[in-house]
Design a binder for this molecule. Structure first.
Ligand code: 13P
Length: 367
């Protein structure tokens, strides 16, 4: 049965049966399959993850596993990262190929190459600029970083990566998320006068030559459409309404929000902060809704609010539903029985893989 026909059949099946099928397929395939689940996944899918985590933990896990099949319940750049870090005889599957990341799409290879060329009209970037890509980026950009002496970072290790990068070269070009770069630099005490924004839609990113010569951190103008919905007013409201509340924010939130927060960290760090707090400690959390709802259930003794009065959900993370997970497991079973080829396999081209792996390994060695 082809992939579309299988999905159509699964959508006609009651969800309780689908969950049962997933359970059986997992038992049948055993250690042949590792399911990685990002914290933003919906509960029905998250429950089947063998390992859950933030981007850093999941990439470490992908680099360590010897399972022949990896199903990545997350978004496209995460599955690409897993494919880069695993060996050629391991297969990485993204259950729904439409699960992308709008921020990752805000910088492409052509734009970054153009930026590098424009910078080279003023400075010698290969001598004085370390390119740093947030893991939320295409394999092509990770490859660009590997080839140009650069590195990958996640929200869990951005400070270490910036320290490494400035240790090597005097300037950093940070893409595609302006906010992670800016918030990390701010926490490190880097003054505003050392940072400029690079708008890829403008010549020279919208900067004068002297600003580029002076800058130590060049921040790509990109953002996460979920985290940009949090506002400093939301923090003010929470503090007014709840005494002693702790505000936790993901570093993809704007600087204005992070400056008002008590703690800024990756999804894994946010979970740790909540789990280690005393009973009764109240929190307002500025990150994706599925994770905040899960924390509420997990820690009923700690009042937890979503920081924004609006629903901030990552619609692409939400695409992976039990039907797609079931289809991915079915496809593995059928391909092992010789009935069909694997559906939704993510394969990064070899020439990109080599450099992208180098950029990722530089990051993993810092841990
Ligand atoms: P974490 O690495 O903190 O889980 O963040 C991943 C992400 O994509 C946030 O939008």
């Amino acid at each position: 049965m082809n992939a579309q026909a299988l999905l159509t059949q699964l959508y006609d099946t009651p969800e309780t049966d689908i969950l049962e099928q997933i359970k059986q397929l997992k038992a049948e395939l055993g250690d042949q399959v590792l399911i990685l689940g990002h914290h933003y996944q919906r509960e029905e899918v998250f429950a089947f993850a063998d390992v859950s985590g933030d981007s850093l933990k999941l990439s470490q896990q992908a680099a360590e596993t010897s399972a022949p099949y990896i199903i990545f319940c997350g978004v496209h750049f995460m599955a690409e990262t897993a494919d880069i870090l695993t060996s050629d005889d391991q297969t990485v599957i993204l259950p729904d190929l439409a699960a992308g990341c709008s921020m990752a799409d805000m910088a492409d290879d052509e734009q970054v190459t153009r930026c590098w060329q424009q910078l080279s009209e003023i400075i010698n970037p290969d001598e004085c600029v370390t390119p740093v890509t947030y893991i939320n980026s295409t394999a092509a950009l990770k490859s660009f970083c590997g080839e140009h002496g650069g590195i990958v970072c996640t929200s869990g290790n951005a400070q270490k990566v910036l320290e490494w990068s400035w240790g090597n070269r005097e300037k950093i070009l940070f893409f595609p998320d302006q906010h992670l770069g800016e918030n990390t630099a701010m926490a490190m005490g880097v003054p505003d006068s050392d940072m400029i924004i690079w708008d890829p839609a403008l010549p020279m990113g919208g900067n004068h030559a002297d600003a580029i010569e002076k800058a130590r951190l060049i921040l790509w103008k990109g953002f996460c459409s979920v985290h940009q919905l949090f506002k400093p007013e939301h923090t003010d409201t929470m503090r007014r309404n709840h005494a002693d509340i702790e505000i936790l924010a993901h570093p993809e939130c704007s600087r204005a929000v992070c400056e008002t927060a008590d703690f800024v960290g990756s999804t894994e760090m946010i979970i740790k902060r909540v789990s280690e707090a005393e009973t009764g400690q109240a929190f307002a959390i500025g990150t994706e809704l599925n994770l905040v709802n899960r924390l509420r259930i997990q820690f009923p003794d700690k009042p937890i609010w979503f920081l924004s009065p609006m629903v901030c959900m990552c619609s692409t993370m939400f695409r992976t539903d039990p039907q797609h997970l079931c289809a991915a497991l079915t496809s593995i079973r059928d391909s092992r029985n010789g009935h069909q080829t694997i559906n939704n396999q993510i394969t990064v081209p070899q020439q990109q893989k080599r450099w992208a792996r180098l950029a990722l390994e530089r990051m993993l060695h810092l841990a």
